[in-house]
Design a protein around this ligand. Structure first.
Ligand SMILES: [Mg+2]
Length: 510
């Protein structure tokens, strides 16, 4: 009870401090200063001073151009129909419509077992988040399937960069993969519920490995849909213009490195920024073939003319107003001289866009995570705050109660463990009933979350968050305590628990 009061007093004082600051200086307070999370905030994993950043780089899809959920439905429908018409999958699969919010980014898929699941930073499957088709797999069965544990060995999972060929458990890391996961789940569900024998590995290959889903991208269907109805598919048009305009008017240099083709990017940028959009950028690179662009130096730059046709001239400089195709980062660095922490590059794919830049080249990186919009809304609800506060308190009580060996205490302990499970389930369901938050399992960071911290200096819901900050602003990450630097309230609890039963027991043994 004392702990509860201490915590409550702390939160109330902090909130009052924040409110009074916000009232006194409303224009000077960036969103991150307030205790309530704000989806306009830029969150820092590492200290970044914008005053040192002279050059801003951008990916295109899901970075400069955010897409509406309507795109997921189109990708799903087209890939599903391709599976039926091209690979002769059963017609019954067509009755499954796209299920919005079924899957979430960062999930893993066991290719041989046909299971979709969430894995934490320590390679443990979060029990309760394993789906075969559209149905959850009971915990006991998960343990049986993985040899009595819910740990997935390193050698079976996609590699550090997500690039190991032929993993047994693949991680889906980009936003485009959400309809892909849904199609896998739906097709598995059809076979299982109709008691039809099938090989999940064939299904994975037909859906994912450059087949049904790949065809949507390779054959350019997705590009055609978006170009035909920009208003329907592209979100945040005015904000993208405002960000680019602001950076250029402050003397910053801009560049674009995208895997998409020029005609597609040109149409979208004209819609968002205007026909003179190329004036904003010092270098524009299309069909870059990331992540290879960042980690090998095989492909040279080629120039495209105004019609998008390839030119044969040797590239000795990267000039403003020109469009370049392919290339590699090593030539890019040599020709521009843009190095180190004066460059900040934004992208949505943690592996393809950010990992190499962060680990090998020392550029600053910004991850675009549109899911923050929903996640911060949930975290701000009273229901979440209450559940989390009680969950934390209950965990502290469990830690203390475990030292008591009498039967009454054991009974209370069991009740609390049960309550803790119910609370965990309730908080998980607030985000996504199947898989919960993309950032957390019960108490650990997710595999996705750990990679986000490793490969990005800052992360945000969209580049429009930049509009809330002065361009000399410094992002300071919050100093979160390591386990051995536990905050005071934990110390108080621990001191209490160690003093009584443990010491008594030790005294009795002596
Ligand atoms: Mg992208």
């Amino acid at each position: 009870m004392e702990t509860h009061l201490t915590l409550s007093v702390y939160y109330v004082v902090s909130l009052l401090q924040c409110m009074s600051l916000c009232c006194l200086f409303p224009d000077l307070i960036p969103p991150s200063v307030c205790n309530l999370l704000n989806s306009s905030t830029i969150y820092a994993n590492n200290e970044v001073s914008l005053a040192e950043v002279d050059i801003y780089g951008f990916d295109y899809d899901y970075t400069l151009a955010l897409y509406s959920d309507a795109l997921n439905t189109m990708i799903y429908n087209t890939a599903r129909d391709f599976l039926i018409e091209h690979f002769k999958y059963p017609e019954g699969i067509r009755k499954y419509d796209y299920i919005p919010n079924f899957a979430a980014r960062g999930l893993h898929y066991d290719i041989q077992k046909g299971l979709l699941m969430k894995i934490d930073a320590f390679h443990y499957i979060q029990l309760g988040t394993v789906y075969r088709g559209l149905n959850p797999v009971p915990d006991e069965e998960v343990l049986r399937l993985y040899g009595g544990t819910h740990h997935v060995p390193l050698q079976q999972v996609s590699g550090f960069y997500g690039k190991v060929s032929g993993p047994k458990v693949k991680q889906f890391m980009d936003i485009f993969s959400i309809p892909e996961m849904t199609l896998l789940a739906v097709a598995n569900d059809f076979f299982i519920s109709n008691d039809i024998e099938y090989d999940p590995e064939h299904l994975y290959k037909d859906v994912s490995v450059s087949e049904a889903i790949g065809m949507v991208h390779i054959k350019g269907y997705m590009y055609k849909w978006i170009m035909q109805d920009l208003e329907k598919y592209i979100l945040g048009r005015d904000e993208t213009y405002a960000v680019l305009h602001r950076l250029v008017s402050h003397g910053k240099k801009l560049f674009l490195i995208t895997n998409s083709p020029f005609s597609f990017v040109d149409k979208g940028m004209r819609y968002m920024v205007g026909k003179d959009w190329r004036d904003f950028f010092d270098v524009v690179i299309v069909q870059a073939d990331k992540p290879h662009f960042f980690n090998d130096c095989v492909k040279p730059f080629r120039r495209l003319d105004g019609n998008g046709d390839l030119q044969w001239d040797k590239i000795n400089s990267l000039d403003k107003g020109q469009i370049y195709k392919q290339g590699n980062l090593y030539d890019f660095l040599r020709l521009t001289g843009w190095r180190g922490s004066s460059v900040l590059y934004f992208g949505d794919h943690l592996y393809s866009d950010l990992a190499d830049l962060m680990l090998r080249h020392g550029w600053r990186t910004g991850a675009i995570v549109p899911e923050l919009d929903l996640e911060t809304k949930v975290v701000n609800t009273e229901q979440y705050a209450q559940s989390l506060t009680w969950l934390q308190a209950l965990t502290g009580l469990l830690e203390r109660m475990q030292m008591h060996r009498d039967s009454q205490s054991r009974e209370v302990l069991q009740d609390w463990l049960k309550e803790r499970e119910e609370l965990r389930l309730r908080t998980k369901n607030l985000f996504n009933p199947q898989f919960g938050s993309i950032f957390r399992t019960c108490h650990n960071p997710t595999y996705f979350s750990r990679r986000l911290c490793r490969f990005s200096d800052v992360y945000m819901a969209s580049i429009s968050c930049l509009l809330n900050y002065d361009l000399s602003y410094t992002f300071y990450p919050r100093r979160t305590p390591l386990q051995h630097e536990a905050p005071l309230w934990m110390d108080q609890l621990c001191t209490g628990c160690m003093k009584t039963p443990f010491l008594e027991e030790m005294a009795h043994i002596r």
